[in-house]
Design a protein around this ligand. Structure first.
Ligand SMILES: Nc1nc2c(ncn2[C@@H]2O[C@H](COP(=O)(O)OP(=O)(O)O)[C@@H](O)[C@H]2O)c(=O)[nH]1
Ligand SMILES: [Mg+2]
Length: 374
């Protein structure tokens, strides 16, 4: 969809920095495989096979997509119940849109954590359209609501993560304790390794020993290398080690886990600034993505976290986790309304596959879809 997880094309003319030993053998092997695939006169060529199975594959892709959409709907079930089902109930048996209905709608939206400003913005236009008699019945209003929410994403920066043309793509992950940083890193790493990319995880959260072990477990699970030191070590020295390690190896992606003790503590923020500086000093242009992880169940609090982290390190992307555990998924809309920082992923469960690339249209569709879509 967004293409971040495609295997990078590696030009054989361009020397890979420090590609010695295993990496260069791998390169040769890939080139050989490409040569074999391209050889002519082979009746069982990849092309012939793929033509024969094309229809089946298309069916499977559609099936998979249906499955993924259903999974997203299930993940958003609590928010759907609290938001869309309540809106439906509100409309039941009513043929007209009156002031009372709009007030009740306002309350529902605010309760689902869309936030007061977002809700007022949302309803402003709806109220205007009602008074202009453009919206006559509740169904039309529901559709208008959906369109209006979607319009909040219209000016939305969806250029995607800035993957460099050469060298590894470095992602620095930040966020307060327990929001799901390490878990999300595991899930993202999995997407990259599954698409054939080579991933290094960096355990720069040295605050707790358990955090280091947790990252190692993820690394093993998804087939990514992990550079870690001891609990209490300077996070910047872990970065140094990791980027030295990476210099002689051909990684496509490097993901740096960081500590997340209370975000109100100034020293954590200083530490994050330093980590960013050190990464940049060791590798020009990096980190390419500074991603804040937010726990959707914390509701409004995540707004102040986004503001603070953005001021300190300058965020390039957001990920909202635990949308499966909250009835207040409206926070996604609220965040998009208040910040011009793209949402990269949403977490809808604890399992490896429960991380979705964020697509506003799909998200709103899953939230508003009727059950017959299930
Ligand atoms: N239900 C649910 N739990 C999640 C999700 N993402 C993370 N978690 C859980 O949140 C807890 C804290 O995650 P962790 O990655 O250790 O947070 P960190 O302190 O920010 O690194 C763990 O129990 C995770 O399994 C999600 O999308 N949904
Ligand atoms: Mg962690």
């Amino acid at each position: 969809m967004l293409g971040w997880f495609k295997k990078k094309e590696k030009s054989s003319e361009e020397p890979v920095p420090g590609s010695a030993g295993i990496s260069s053998q791998e390169q040769e092997f890939t080139d050989d495989a490409a040569a074999v695939a391209a050889s002519e006169g082979d009746e069982d060529s990849a092309e012939a096979i793929s033509q024969g199975t094309g229809a089946v594959m298309q069916d499977q892709t559609q099936e998979n997509q249906k499955g993924l959409f259903r999974r997203l709907q299930e993940g958003l079930a609590k928010t759907r119940d609290s938001l869309v089902s309540r809106v439906d109930d509100l409309f039941l048996g009513r043929k007209e849109i009156d002031a009372e209905l709009l007030d009740e709608l306002e309350e529902i939206l605010i309760t689902a954590d869309l936030g007061v400003n977002t809700t007022l913005d949302l309803l402003d236009e709806i109220r205007n359209r009602v008074s202009r008699k453009e919206l006559k019945d509740p169904q039309a209003l529901k559709l208008a609501l959906k369109e209006r929410i979607l319009s909040f994403f219209a000016g939305y920066d969806d250029t995607g993560m800035q993957v460099p043309a050469a060298g590894p793509f470095v992602i620095m992950v930040v966020g307060v304790n327990g929001v799901g940083k390490t878990t999300t890193i595991g899930k993202i790493a999995n997407k990259f390794t599954e698409s054939g990319q080579r991933v290094l995880l960096v355990a720069a959260d040295t605050f707790r020993a358990a955090a280091i072990d947790q990252l190692k477990v993820w690394g093993e699970r998804v087939g990514a290398d992990v550079v870690a030191k001891q609990q209490g070590d300077d996070p910047s020295s872990v970065i140094y080690d990791a980027l030295d390690y990476a210099a002689s190896r051909d990684f496509d992606v490097i993901i740096v886990d960081t500590a997340g003790r209370l975000h109100t503590k100034v020293n954590l923020m200083e530490e994050l600034k330093k980590i960013k500086r050190v990464i940049n000093k060791k590798m020009e242009g990096a980190p390419h993505e500074i991603m804040l992880i937010l726990d959707a169940t914390t509701g409004q609090n995540s707004i102040s976290q986004a503001r603070l982290f953005n001021e300190v390190v300058g965020l390039t992307g957001l990920t909202l986790t635990k949308l499966d555990g909250t009835a207040k998924g409206g926070i996604v809309v609220h965040i998009s309304h208040d910040f011009n920082i793209p949402i990269r992923f949403i977490g809808i469960g604890e399992k490896l596959e429960d991380l979705r690339e964020f697509d506003p249209g799909e998200f709103i569709e899953a939230l508003f879809a009727n059950d017959h879509h299930l």
